[in-house]
Ligand binder design. Sequence first.
Ligand SMILES: [Zn+2]
Length: 114
Amino acid sequence: MHEFGIVERILKTVRERAGERGVTKVKRVRVVLGSLAGVTAESLRLAFEALAPKEDLFRGASLEVESRQARMRCPECGSEREVEFRLPACPECGAGGLKLLSGQELYVDCFEGD
Ligand SMILES: [Zn+2]
């Protein structure tokens, strides 16, 4: 499943950073999730809860998801707005080619551990 692959990548990132910092027990992982990243916070949590306990480093760790709403900007009039989905044209002036400023991000913000 899609979200399992994503969580595998999240765990890999944290594993590498934990190794660099000498952390042997991760307690909390915080990720930033854009609303257009293609996966929901709930499915990420479920995948995390399924995968994390398999590894000593992550056993008992919790996943925190910071959701970010997607934003788009119009290249013509410069108006910016939060969007639920990609808009084909600017609602203000009708111009096309709106730029997606954020919404597709999915990355490890930080983690805590000992
Ligand atoms: Zn516009």
